[in-house]
Design a binder for this molecule. Structure first.
Ligand code: OAD
Length: 268
């Protein structure tokens, strides 16, 4: 079965799921690649420990400084052909399109994807919020720029500018940490699963499938027998889901290589 021809004939709904791999060609490191964020530590910590609420509670300045550095990496990066191809898919398909991204880098939005149809299920590194769980987001002050170096410490004055606008406490980065759970108000958990149950074609790009919600989305498509197309330089759990359903495809290679071509086949 040609799942793309079928998708076009039936005017189906497309769900796109992205991970760090789509931003690799923009120069943002992945997490589990050789130079990945979870691989390159320092003498003081293992980076996965920094991505916990427990670490934030114990050493908020260090955790903030590390996120300000990761945010600077994102500010120094620009959207690539893959981000732009996905934005074009949305522009053509409109309500027949939804993007679920694990990336906190904001590059999809800068590449032309709309906030309305982009569910950032792990947050957005350019925002902060109160530590009490309320969903109001505040942009990180412009003072913190693209030149924030790795390992730079936060001064007391700088710390004060990261205070919560609603209470006397320190704000926290708007990201999902390992000791936290998905929810609807902050991370669109239920909406993402609903979209997965209502879509006809799943396109998965640049992810190892190491987190729970993306895997649930893949499983849901496989259970429903709906086609999955995977773009990745190496196989992952989604390539197995894709192989299990009629019309599934594994396009081995990079996002920049395959996405513009796939755009041409989905839309003309
Ligand atoms: P990973 O680092 O686990 O995986 C990146 C994937 O991208 C791998 O499968 C690579 O093979 C692939 N890849 C590399 N370069 C690529 C390219 N140019 N084009 C396409 N694919 C490429 O990153 P994620 O799967 O996104 O969560 O990680 C998922 C989540 O785990 C992250 O959002 C983060 C992390 O813990 C949180 O922080 C909550």
């Amino acid at each position: 079965m040609d799942s793309i021809a079928e998708f076009r004939r039936r005017q189906g709904k497309l769900l796109v799921l992205t991970g760090a791999g789509i931003s690799a060609e923009s120069g943002v490191p992945t997490f589990r690649g050789q130079e990945g964020y979870w691989k390159v530590g320092s003498q003081d910590y293992h980076p996965m420990e920094m991505a916990t609420h427990q670490a934030f509670a114990a050493m908020p300045e260090e955790v903030w400084a590390w996120y300000l550095y990761r945010r600077a990496v994102c500010l120094n990066a620009a959207p690539n052909a893959g981000h732009r191809a996905i934005a074009s898919m949305e522009a053509h398909l409109q309500d027949r399109f939804l993007l679920v991204t694990q990336n906190v880098d904001g590059l999809h939005l800068r590449g032309g994807s709309s906030e309305e149809r982009t569910f950032q299920i792990h947050g957005n590194i350019h925002y902060m919020r109160c530590d009490d769980g309320s969903p109001e987001l505040t942009p990180i002050p412009e003072y913190f720029g693209a030149d924030w170096a790795k390992g730079r410490a936060l001064s007391a004055v700088e710390r004060d500018t990261l205070s919560c606008p609603a209470c006397p406490g320190l704000a926290r980065p708007h990201v999902l940490w390992f000791d936290e759970s998905y929810d609807e108000p902050l991370f669109r958990f239920e909406s993402s699963l609903r979209a997965a149950s209502e879509s006809d074609l799943l396109l998965v790009i640049g992810t190892t499938g190491s987190t729970n919600l993306p895997l649930q989305i893949g499983e849901m498509f496989a259970r429903r027998g709906c086609p999955i197309i995977v773009i990745n330089p190496e196989p992952n759990p989604f390539t197995e889901f894709a192989a299990s359903c009629a019309g599934g495809l594994f396009l081995e290679g990079t996002a920049g290589e395959h996405l513009p071509r796939l755009l041409g086949r989905l839309i003309d």
